[in-house]
Structure formats: C-alpha cells, structure tokens
Design a protein around this ligand. Structure first.
Ligand code: HEM
Length: 480
C-alpha cells in the first residue's frame, strides 16, 4: 500500500514481465553471470532493442529505470531530485567511506569545493613528469615482449595506472609495476569483484548476511588492507609535509604549500583541522585510488586494442606524436595540449567503450521526463552511458570507430556524450585522466607498432564496475 503510487508509475514503463520474489527481474542476470559466464552488456543491448531508450527493471524489490536517450539524461543529471548517488554505490562504503564519490548533499558540496584546487591545471602539470617516469618502466617491460607472440595487456596497464594514482594521490611509490604480486593490488581486485557479486545477488546487499559468507570475509580482509595502507601513508606523509613546509621559502611554495612534490594527499593534509579529520582524508584518498585506477586502465586497454585493429588511425597518431613530441624524450604538458588527434582517438574510444558504462542516481522526489514518463520517489535512475553513446540519434554510424567525428564537432546533443558524466557531479579527475592517457599512449605508439593477434580478433565485453573484456586484450608489439 505504501508503494502503490511508485509501483503504478513504474508499471507504465516498458520492461521484462518475469518477476521473482527477492530477485525481481535479476534472475536473467544471475543466470547470465553464473551459468552462462555471459556478457551483461549483451543483455543490456537486448533490453534496449526490445524496450527502447527508457525501460525499467526490478532489482529485488527496488525499481531501476534505465535511460539511454540524451533528453532524458539531461533532465536526470541536472534535476535536484536526483542529485544523490544510487543506493548500490553504498556497497563501496566499507572501502571508500563517505568520500566525494559516495557523499551527498551539503557534505559532497563542501568536499568538491575543497578538493577542486587539487585538480587545477597548475597542479596537474606537475604530474606529467611522474606520468613519464612510470611510462619509462612500462616501456622497458614492453620492450622485453616486442617481437614475441601476442599477450594480454591488462596487467601492464593496470599496474601502470596503479603506480601513477598511488604516487599522485598519496605521494608513495608502491612499485606495482616492478613487484607485481603486491598485497595492495590483490586487495583492489578482490574488493571490485565483491562489489559485483553484491550487485547481482540482492540478498548479499545486507551487511549481516554478507558477513556470513566467503565473499563477506574476502571483502573485509581486502578493505582492511586498502584502508590500512592509506592510514599508514597518511602518517608517513604528515611528517614529510611538516618538514617540507618548514624548509620551503614562501615565494617558492606552490598552490598547496609544498615545494615540488605536490600530491593530492598533501592538499588534504593542509585542510586538516579545518573540518577535515584523518578519517575523512582516508576516505578521499581511497576514493581517488578507486576512481582513478580501473577507469583509466580499461580506457588504455581499449585504446591499444582499437589502435591495433585500425592501423591507419595508429599511423596518424604516430605521425602526430613525431611532429609534436619528436622521436625521443619525455612528453611535456605543452605537448599534451598539442596532441589534438590523439585526443580525438581517446574520445572515440570512450564513446564506444565508456569505462563507466552506467551511473545511478537515487530519486528523492517525483519528477517528469521529456519522454513523457514520471519517475517516482524511491526509484533508482540509471544513465546507460554505453547505449547512449551507441544511440544512432546521437551519433550517426554508431558502431563505426571514427575519431574524426570529434574533429567535426562531436555529438548531436550536449548530453549525448557522457564518458565523464556531466553537470555538477561530473568526474573531478577528467583532465588528470586525459593527461595521463595521452602521455602513455603517445610514448607507446612512438616506440611500438601495435598489432592484433589476428585480423578477425574481437573482444567479448564484461562489466565489473567498469567495462572490460572477458579474457583480456591480446596485442602483439613490434619495435619501431
Ligand atoms: C578514463 C578515466 C576516467 C573515467 C572514464 C571516469 C569517469 C567518471 C564518471 C562517469 C564519474 C561519475 C560517476 C557517477 O556519477 O556515479 C566519475 C566521477 C569521479 N571520478 Fe572519474 N573517471 C576517470 C578517471 C578518474 C581519475 C583519474 C580520478 C582521480 C584522480 C577520478 C576521480 C573521480 C571522482 C573523485 C569522482 C566523483 C566526483 C563527484 O561525485 O563529485 N576519475 N568519473
């Protein structure tokens, strides 16, 4: 009775009819994941084809509305009734606490204001040297494989991205690329896997039930490692910052009160005591580690895969890198500004394979959509970025890989292209990610010719929080 209006409004939306107590419409999803080891993206595509750019699912007892039309997406991303993150994000709270990704309302607002200066162009430009340093290690590792058989690039990109995000957000080197079997790396993987399991099995969303299972035990061990490491680093960094600040001349100080080594953690340490506790700092650093690692890794893997299949595009990138950066030496912040075609390539990769394929909001107040439907309080509203980017009304010839479409002006609707989301809660690390990806791709394409394992090689997609490929991404390398 209490949910009568909600259910009546949801019933007007198209969607699957089979409803199972506890599982809702998730049965098909469970079968797909567990027995068929299948592709959730394919299931999503089937639903979009069948029901159109807006439809509903029942995740357990909770209605989820999925949107892949730009007009509806614009309303959702700009409407105050849906400003807070979806309830599934809370599944990450044992790791990320109440950091900026999960926080809502006034807390999010004040955090975003506090953290934004840490992503200013001036701060980010200092990171380019760090990007280059970790690229050099990556190139050395790749050199050993050049000329050999095809291999999966996932672990290389993952460890590279982890090294970069650790050193830029915490100021510590975890040597992920050189000591591959790090406890931290394993813990990141476990925590992401547990999140997916809890998404698919609604009953495991209860902390009490979860604690009784093997998944619960793994998650608690993994979050212990992840948060424990951050806490240790904060203590270490606190003493470093203290000595660094006391020894620097005022005129030499940068934005965040440090000479040279400005990292995101330092920025937060300067806010300590001004309403920011050590617990808050741990939450934010853990959030950056999470939000800035897998997203970038998966985008890099898809880019290398697509470059291997599209040799003409790869050669254009190579020529641009030679013209802008030269045949050797590091990539600078100025070079990054000038690598225009490479930027279009990355944008096109993120169109076809957005690292974050779906984002979800919690509907706190009833509101209307341009498509004519009313979204009731208590529903979860998902923007299906993956299918939005493949909507032919937004991008003509949507399945074609064509970076030039971004030289020619981009999407037909301003909310038709959302790899970093849009509006208030867009990705704070967007510029950081683009600079990091451009640096590593420019250097790799300059050093190696990237080849597919065979001309008809195709990926099978999977979703584990971020979009990925089952079985990894095979490429072969030839030294240029
Ligand atoms: C290719 C790389 C990346 C992609 C595609 C990406 C995408 C996104 C998307 C779609 C969101 C919105 C999530 C939502 O609304 O639920 C987001 C939020 C966020 N991203 Fe990224 N991201 C990337 C890299 C990064 C990096 C490198 C960092 C940090 C250094 C970062 C930090 C964040 C944070 C903190 C938020 C939450 C912002 C807020 O709610 O105010 N991201 N990202």
């Amino acid at each position: 009775l209490r949910n009568r209006r909600r259910n009546a409004l949801i019933a007007k939306l198209p969607g699957p009819w089979l409803f199972v107590p506890l599982a809702g419409n998730m049965l098909e999803l469970i079968v797909q994941v567990i027995w068929l080891k299948g592709d959730l993206v394919e299931l999503g595509t089937k639903n979009v084809r069948k029901y159109g750019p807006i439809f509903r699912l029942w995740s357990g007892h909770q209605p989820v509305v999925l949107i892949s039309g730009p007009e509806d997406a614009e309303v959702v991303l700009t409407h105050p009734a849906v400003a807070d993150k979806g309830q599934n994000y809370k599944l990450l709270s044992s790791w990320l606490g109440d950091g900026i990704l999960l926080a809502g309302g006034a807390k999010w607002h004040s955090r975003r204001k506090m953290l934004s200066p840490a992503f200013s162009v001036r701060v980010l430009e200092q990171f380019v040297a760090l990007f280059n340093k970790h690229c050099a290690i990556l190139e050395d590792k790749m050199l050993a494989l050049a000329g050999g058989p095809p291999f999966d690039i996932t672990p290389f990109m993952s460890l590279f991205a982890l090294d970069v995000i650790s050193e830029t957000s915490m100021g510590v080197q975890i040597h992920a690329q050189t000591q591959e079997d790090s406890e931290y790396v394993r813990a990141v993987k476990t925590a992401c896997r547990c999140f997916l399991v809890r998404q698919v099995f609604p009953w495991l969303r209860s902390d009490t039930l979860l604690a009784l299972t093997a998944t619960g035990k793994s998650l608690s061990e993994a979050t212990g490692v992840l948060r424990g490491m951050t806490t240790k680093v904060i203590d270490q960094r606190t003493s470093e910052v203290a000595s660094s600040v006391s020894s620097s001349q005022p005129e030499e100080e940068d934005d965040i009160g440090l000479k040279q080594r400005a990292v995101l953690l330092d920025h937060m340490l300067t806010l300590r005591g001004r309403g920011i506790t050590d617990e808050d700092i741990t939450d934010e650093v853990s959030t950056f580690m999470f939000a800035g690692h897998d997203t970038t890794m998966t985008a890099l893997c898809f880019t290398l895969h697509l470059l291997s299949l599209h040799r003409g595009v790869q050669e254009r990138v190579f020529q641009e890198v030679r013209d802008v950066v030269g045949d050797s030496g590091p990539v600078t912040a100025q070079h990054l500004n000038d690598l225009k075609y490479l930027e279009c390539v990355i944008k096109e990769v993120l169109r076809l394979y957005p690292s974050v394929p779906v984002i979800v909001r919690d509907c706190k107040q009833e509101f209307d959509l341009p498509s004519g439907y009313t979204i009731p309080v208590g529903s979860q509203v998902g923007i299906d970025i993956f299918h939005l980017h493949r909507n032919p009304a937004v991008f003509p010839r949507p399945l074609e890989f064509d970076p030039d479409r971004f030289l020619e002006g981009g999407p037909a609707h301003r909310f038709g292209y959302l790899p970093f989301s849009a509006s208030q809660r867009n990705c704070i690390g967007q510029r950081f990610a683009m600079m990091e990806m451009k640096t590593v791709l420019a250097r790799l394409v300059r050093s190696f010719r990237i080849l597919p394992p065979s001309d008809d090689y195709r990926l099978q997609l999977k979703i584990e929080i971020v979009l990925g490929a089952q079985g990894g991404y095979l490429v072969a390398l030839e030294r240029r």
